[in-house]
Ligand binder design. Structure first.
Ligand code: IPM
Ligand code: MN
Length: 353
């Protein structure tokens, strides 16, 4: 297969972890007989510095030309501490999601046997946890209008708005994923309070009969926040709106003990983007110490979700597990053992595929 991949390394450790994913993608392509090409473009603070825009049109064009986008991380402390900064890296991320139509953010939580002792939860609660969030990514309160302040600047408002179409297309992706998994879907909402949530519930109820093999449950977001800690094994596929998904997927990302190792996909009809869940970790930038595994596993998701190549994705997951078992890991998970450099982990993965 021919694959054109856009590389958007972004800020902080982004370039270093993307470089390791590229090594792994090249090795997989060689082993499985695929032809892969890369085109790189700036995003985030890196793009502000270069072009004054965190998501320049030229970068958008590179994404449109590609079959899939591999994204590093964005964010730079020089913008975080300045609430009056006119352009912020995060605006680029939001504009990119909207312009590429990436309406479904897929965030899995699973465990690595060798890291499970790092979980903040008791072993019996976390062993075997395997669920996936489908977070709506281009609607809701992140984008709803009106938003802003009154004239005196003494009141601020945001608008949460969803159409049935937006809910249904996200829900359908969740149902289809559930059919391929344990056939259990949880709709996470706040239907006891919010009109948007009542529309979510109504829409999901309407389309559920199309997936008779999937068991559907409806749970309030506050209860899910609790149960994710108490008994995360209760979940298989969870679907939810943009803001609830933002919050719950951060909670979910720490329960397996593999914080910093979780990958994600953002899917649209035409475009597909893959990125690690972790941020740009500016303190580690340029030091060759950042953990590249979340980005490497995002590349695995790319093979599966963008190209339908499951064996390739599984080969990457297997070599990641092998590196963990062999102790070829960066300092964050070295546990007092030898800490390998970011680039050494990437080299090892590519060589051992
Ligand atoms: C995420 C991030 C973004 C979000 C921020 C950086 C705008 O937290 O990808 O979850 O809120 O969506
Ligand atoms: Mn977030």
């Amino acid at each position: 297969m021919e694959m054109k991949i856009a590389l958007l390394p972004g800020d902080g450790i982004g370039p270093e972890v993307i470089a390791q994913a590229v090594k792994v993608v090249k090795a997989v392509a060689e082993n499985f007989g695929h032809e892969v090409s890369f085109e790189e473009a700036p995003v985030g603070a890196a793009a502000i510095d270069l072009e004054g825009d965190p998501y320049p049109d030229s970068t958008h064009d590179v994404c449109l030309r590609a079959d899939a986008v591999l994204f590093g991380a964005i964010g730079d402390p020089k913008y975080d501490n300045d609430p009056k900064a006119k352009v912020r890296p995060e605006q680029g991320l939001l504009r990119m999601r909207q312009k590429l139509g990436l309406f479904a953010n897929v965030r899995p939580t699973f465990t690595f046997p060798s890291l499970i002792h790092k979980s903040p939860l008791k072993l019996e609660r976390v062993e075997g946890v395997d669920f996936v969030f489908f977070r709506e990514l281009t609607g809701g309160i992140y984008f709803g209008e009106p938003r802003g302040r009154n004239e005196q600047g003494t009141k601020a408002f945001d608008t949460n708005v969803y159409s049935k179409e937006e809910i249904a297309r996200l829900a359908r992706m969740g149902f289809e994923a559930a059919q391929k998994r344990r056939k259990h879907l949880t709709c996470v909402d706040k239907a006891n309070v919010l009109a948007t949530s009542r529309l979510w519930r109504e829409t999901v109820q309407e389309i559920a009969p199309e997936y008779p093999d999937v068991k559907v449950e409806y749970e309030f977001v506050d209860a899910v926040a609790m149960r994710l800690i108490q008994w995360p094994k209760a979940y298989d596929v969870l679907i939810t709106e943009n803001l609830f998904g933002d919050i719950l997927t951060d909670e979910a990302s720490v329960i397996s003990g593999s914080m910093g190792l979780m990958p994600s996909a953002s899917l649209g009809v035409e475009n597909k983007l893959f990125e690690p869940i972790h941020g740009s970790y500016p303190q580690a930038a340029g030091k060759d110490i950042a953990n590249p595994l979340a980005t490497v596993l995002s590349a695995a998701m790319m093979f599966e979700y963008a190209f339908g190549l499951k064996a390739e994705a599984e080969a990457i997951a297997a070599v990641v597990n092998a590196s963990l078992a062999a102790g070829v890991v960066t300092e964050d998970i070295a546990d007092g053992g030898k800490a390998y450099k970011t680039s050494e982990v990437g080299d090892w993965l590519a060589a051992n595929l």
